[in-house]
Design a binder for this molecule. Structure first.
Ligand code: ASP
Length: 429
């Protein structure tokens, strides 16, 4: 069986097992629930996520040092950074615009009586100033220990840049980092091989405990978010891939299936990062200089799916409370949701917390979040898959425009780490 088929089988088996357990209404204190669902499977699922997260910091550091050391001049880095940031911001802003327009046509909040006791303690999101200052690390070890992705990216870029300019000492360090890179990639492939078991555990534990009741009350909201996610995935991404990247969206999506399925199962673009990066480099052929920069940056700041949820949620909450928003407020929503997506960490459920920032900005009651929290788990899974697809898409488009994509590898459906001689392709190699 192909890896995708194995992952899908794991997901389906987990879904079926979890749903059966849920439907049987097994006693949460009973042996089966305690030992198998909350015991064995929960442990398996958490270990899987932990193992993915374990690889993120070393992977980003090592691959980006290699990547930056191959970027010959500052101008190249500036261009790469500009294009990547520009595309991430553009796709997020278009995602939220699409969400607002669709939600305003469908009006998912009309006539909803959620009957939910609304009490919610708003958390104060950090100010933009703090966010910007926070990107720059004071202590690289602390940045790595805390997994502060943007800080690690800045440190790795600086280090890589210095490596390229440090003569023979730099060359020696570079070769060590390149060897490390190959070894970590191998570790990622081993873990991906275990992914079907991991997703089985995650899906079984989730569906054993998740109720469907709230989805029917909030069906219009749920379906609007799901519909816009699908539109973004089927219209915006393919259009950019074809127009800017001049590549086949079909090949792209066929190859991105695995990271998207892992993103769906883990609800975390951060935890999926090792799988995304492996796919982007080894299967889509994006050179390490571009992939090692765009993918970790995307996993941290590019959240098209999250922005879509925030757009629909804003319209829904405004309607629920009978508050009319004007054009200026909607423009404000686009701006704040785009900014909020930069500050949203790639972990489960954070998008909903960042929604407070958007609601506060346009004067909507933050308690409104409680209305939609019940269906957020499933939507989080879907939007994370869209977030991850967006990261891959931008990596390919930027790679193509910089001439740093191996089109033969992109078009080769069998391309894997195995057939790249254990080394990540770089332009210099
Ligand atoms: N779970 C999302 C992600 O990791 C973030 C969110 O929308 O909550 O990309």
């Amino acid at each position: 069986m192909s890896l995708t088929a194995r992952i899908l089988t794991g997901m389906a088996a987990g879904f079926v097992l979890g749903s059966i357990v849920h439907a049987m209404g097994l006693d949460p204190e009973g042996y089966f629930r305690v030992l198998v669902i909350d015991g064995l499977l929960d442990v398996g699922g958490r270990i899987f996520i932990a193992s993915l997260q374990l690889l993120v910091v070393p992977l980003v550091l090592v691959s980006l040092v290699c990547g930056a050391s191959n970027l010959s001049d500052g101008a190249a880095l500036g261009r790469l950074g500009g294009k990547t940031l520009g595309l991430y911001l553009f796709t997020t802003a278009s995602a939220i615009t699409l969400a607002l327009v669709t939600a305003l046509i469908i009006r998912p909040g009309r006539g909803v009586d959620a009957g939910i006791d609304v009490e919610f303690e708003a958390q104060t999101p950090p100010s933009l100033k703090e966010v910007i200052i926070g990107i720059f690390p004071t202590n690289p070890v602390e940045a790595m220990a805390e997994g502060s992705m943007l800080q690690i990216i800045i440190f790795a870029l600086l280090l890589g840049f210095a490596v390229a300019r440090a003569g023979s000492a730099g060359a020696r360090i570079k070769s060590v980092f390149e060897d490390f890179n190959a070894v970590i990639m191998r570790l990622v492939t081993i873990l991906i091989w275990l992914a079907p078991y991991g997703v089985f555990c995650l899906m079984a534990t989730l569906f054993a405990t998740m109720g469907w009741g709230e989805i029917s009350t909030l069906a219009a909201y749920f379906l609007t978010v799901a519909g816009v996610l699908l539109m973004h995935l089927c219209l915006v991404h393919p259009a950019l891939l074809m127009i800017l990247g001049r590549v086949s969206p079909k090949t792209f999506f066929l190859k991105m299936r695995e990271p998207m399925l892992v993103a769906f199962s883990t609800s975390s673009s951060g935890a999926t990062l090792p799988v995304t990066l492996e796919t982007v480099r080894a299967r889509l052929g994006v050179r390490n200089e571009v992939g090692s920069f765009t993918v970790p940056l995307g996993a941290t700041i590019n959240m098209d799916g999250t922005a879509i949820m925030q757009g629909v949620a804003t319209v829904f909450i405004a309607e629920y409370y009978g508050i009319d928003l004007g054009l200026a407020e909607y423009l404000m929503v686009i701006l704040t949701a785009t900014m909020a997506s930069i500050g949203t960490a790639g972990v489960p459920g954070v998008g909903l917390i960042m929604l407070t920032m958007v609601l506060q900005q346009v004067g909507l009651p933050v308690e409104g979040i409680m209305l939609i929290i019940g269906v957020d788990r499933l939507l989080d899974m879907m939007r994370t898959a869209v977030n991850v697809a967006g990261d891959g898409m931008v990596a390919v488009v930027v790679g193509r425009s910089e001439g740093k994509i191996d089109m033969e590898r992109f078009n080769d459906m069998n391309a894997t780490v195995d057939n790249e001689d254990e080394k990540v392709p770089t332009s210099a190699a």
